[in-house]
Write a protein that binds this ligand. Structure first.
Ligand code: NAD
Length: 437
């Protein structure tokens, strides 16, 4: 089939490359000229494990193409995916739909023949109706369907998630569109991924409900971890003890510095706004957002406490900047709030991240970016583990201990064992394990 992906970002590029790998002919369109020029040169503008090989092999097989010309990409396509960004609108937290609406206008003037327009971007309930209205207004005569097909992939594991999803959600009531979507995803349900057909509005809501639920799960275990610190419990054992219950499940029960990233913060806010607009407030999610916001500042206070109540004039080494390992994505990463709060309190920050430094430089200033965890530790008064990259899991701790001005480690991801750190002479604190000092 001929498929066009509008937006060649984390979702569009991965989805486009995977569809091409299934044998479809895919054109990725992006308005960002630098991104398309890089892709045409064979360079991948983002860090996502395995994506470089997947793109290269499908380009070579002449199934994957890149262009800035939407008209060129859309003209003969049977399915056109909208995978542009839907960030929080400045000021009120509603999803900013200007990129989606622009894409709809551009598609309307370029499409030929029956076309299925698929919204893959995360969009508030009712957006499909608006996309349909925009296209109908421009092209009253055109034959098309607008379908919602939210994406559930996780950055860092995006290819495997796209190719082996837990489910594929397709929101449409139109038989013709269902047939196109079924053909597109056939390789996946042959792999036994369930294809769930719902109404368009329901599909739009499923995506927000899923993200809000996961954000709630994380926030729940984070609050339990605070209680563990007060009463002397171990949050990892609590998580295991509840997670082995199939009704609860073990995923998303890792206590840490609070959720961040390109989706949960903006999607929880957008859901809250939609719910308030329809006079059906989702108070549990409102609380989750507020608890999570406070948590990042609380993590900075944890570092300050570990250094005896003040970081003024002290050097803090930070390991990990991206919101999770295996990505270069810095959008709403907890490191931003934690580092900013430590800088406000007078600390000098020296930071290392395996892939995120280029993006970090755009959002964090006055940080000394270094090339290794050991450089971050050298002469530091405290070392804070913010993101659990594999490279930080087996550090030469003796070496680190001997390099630091003070042997203080604050492990916000619980990747080390308190007893081991104590025996090496560290003053070690982590999240939700034992009594707080
Ligand atoms: P992104 O910012 O990485 O990519 C969006 C791309 O769209 C950019 O390259 C931008 O230049 C391009 N673009 C904007 N307007 C355009 C237009 N009119 N024509 C062509 N290109 C245009 O964003 P992303 O992380 O890929 O997210 C895209 C959507 O998918 C969002 O709605 C997001 O919520 C959703 N989503 C993201 C993830 C994730 O992990 N990143 C997971 C699931 C869903």
């Amino acid at each position: 089939m001929r498929v066009t992906m509008i937006g060649a970002g984390y979702v569009g590029l991965v989805s486009g490359a995977c569809f091409a790998d299934f044998g479809h002919t895919v054109t990725c369109v992006d308005t960002h000229e630098g991104k398309i020029a890089a892709l045409k040169r064979g360079e991948i503008p983002i860090f996502e494990p395995g994506l470089d090989d997947l793109v290269a092999s499908n380009v070579k097989a002449e199934r994957l193409f890149f262009t800035t010309s939407l008209a060129e990409g859309v003209a003969d396509a049977e399915a056109v995916f909208i995978a542009v960004g839907t960030p929080s609108r400045r000021g009120d937290g509603h999803a900013d739909l200007s990129y989606v609406h622009q894409a709809a206008r551009d598609i309307a003037s370029a499409m030929t023949g029956y076309t299925v327009i698929v919204t893959k971007s995360t969009v508030p309930v009712g957006t499909g109706d608006e996309v349909e209205r925009i296209i109908r207004e421009t092209r009253p005569d055109a034959e098309f369907s607008v379908v919602s097909n939210p994406e559930f992939l996780r950055e860092g594991a995006a290819i495997i998630d796209f190719k082996r999803p837990d489910r594929i959600v397709v929101g449409t009531d139109e038989e013709r569109a269902k047939e196109v979507m079924t053909n597109l995803y056939r390789p996946l349900f042959l792999n036994q991924s369930p294809l769930l057909f719902t109404s368009r509005r329901t599909a739009e809501l499923i995506k927000y409900a899923a993200n809000a639920f996961l954000a709630t799960k994380i926030t729940f275990i984070n609050e339990i971890s605070d209680l563990c610190e007060k009463v002397g419990g171990n949050v990892q054992d609590v998580a295991r003890g509840i997670g082995l219950d199939n009704r609860i499940g073990s995923k998303f029960l890792h206590a840490g510095p609070g959720y961040g990233g390109s989706c949960f913060p903006k999607d929880t806010l957008a859901l809250i706004k939609t719910a308030q607009d329809y006079d059906a407030p989702i108070r549990i999610v409102e609380t989750v957002v507020s608890v999570n916001d406070q948590r990042k500042r609380a993590m900075a206070r944890k570092v300050i406490t570990a250094l005896g109540g003040s970081v003024r004039g002290k050097t803090v080494g930070v390991l990990g900047l991206t919101f999770k390992p295996n990505t270069d994505d810095m959008r709403d990463a907890p490191s931003i709030a934690i580092i900013t709060a430590l800088q406000d309190a007078g600390a000098t920050i020296r930071a290392h991240d395996p892939e995120g430094v280029e993006q970090a430089k755009m959002v964090l200033s006055n940080v000394d970016y270094v090339d290794s965890p050991y450089q971050a530790a050298d002469g530091a008064d405290a070392l804070v583990i913010v993101t659990e990259w594999d490279a930080f899991r087996a550090l030469d701790l003796k070496r680190i201990q001997s390099m630091m001005a003070q042997p203080v480690v604050v492990d916000l991801r619980n990747i080390y064992r308190p007893e081991e750190m104590a025996s090496l002479g560290f003053r070690y604190s982590s999240v939700g394990r034992g009594l707080a000092d």
